[in-house]
Write a protein that binds this ligand. Sequence first.
Ligand SMILES: C[S@@+](CC[C@H](N)C(=O)[O-])C[C@H]1O[C@@H](n2cnc3c(N)ncnc32)[C@H](O)[C@@H]1O
Length: 238
Amino acid sequence: MEYILSQKYSTPELMTKIMGPNPVKLEEELLSECKIPERSIVCDLGSGQGLTSVFLAKEYGFKVYAADLWSEPENNRKFFRSMGLGDEQIIPVKADAADLPFDKEFFDAVISTDSYNYFGRDAEYLDSSLLPFVKKGGYIYIAIPGMKKDCHDNIPPELLMSWTPEQLDYIHDAEYWTNIVSKCKGAEVVCVSEMESNDEVWADWLMQDNEYAKGDRRAIEAGGGEYLNFIKIILVKR
Ligand SMILES: C[S@@+](CC[C@H](N)C(=O)[O-])C[C@H]1O[C@@H](n2cnc3c(N)ncnc32)[C@H](O)[C@@H]1O
C-alpha cells in the first residue's frame, strides 16, 4: 500500500497523538475509493486525540464532528486550532457511541478508525444506536484491528505476552464481523474485508514512547503479528 495523503500526518510530532496502529494510514486505505462527497457532514466516531479528524477535514474537505468518549474536547479543540482548523470545519464532542448526542439523520457519513470494536460488537448496535443519526443513502466506513482467524479458544502464547483473553475478545476475524453487520436491517453491507495495511501501521505505533505502545511491542516482536490483521467494513444506510 502506497500512502500518499497520510504521509505528512505521520511525522514524529503528530504521531504522539495516536492511540494505536497508525490510524491516518489505515484511514487513507479505508477511503481509497471514497464515495463521500466533499463538504459532507461526517462523524469521526471514536476520534481519540483527533488526528484522524484533522486528516478528514483537511484532505477530504469534510465538516467533521470528532466524537470520542475518553479524550477531552477542549484538548482536541486546542489541537485543531494549532492545525489551523476552526469550528466551521471541525467540532470536538464528548460522546458515548451508545448514546450519541446528535439530531436524527444528522450525518452524511460516519467514519470510525480503531474504535468500532469497542462498542460495535453487539449486532443490535447499528440499528438501535448508530443508523438513526445517518441520512438515508449515507455511508459508514469502519477500520478495526482484527484476527486473520478467530483463535479465542486456543490463544497463541505470543498474543498473551501483551494482552489478556478479555482484551483479545475485542478483536475478531472478518467472518465474525460479517455475521454481526449482516444482521442489521437498516443498512446494506458493501464489504467486509481484510486490509492491506499491517506491518507499517504497527511499526509507526510500536516506536511511540508510551506505556501502551511499549506493552504491545512484546507480542508483535515475538511474532504475534502473524495472527492479526486490519478489517474494513463499509455499509450504506437503506
Ligand atoms: C484505540 S483508541 C483509537 C483512537 C483513534 N481513533 C486513534 O486511532 O488514534 C479507541 C478510541 O475509542 C474510543 N471509544 C471507546 N469506547 C467508546 C464509546 N463507547 N463511545 C465513543 N468512543 C469510544 C475511545 O475514547 C478511544 O479514543
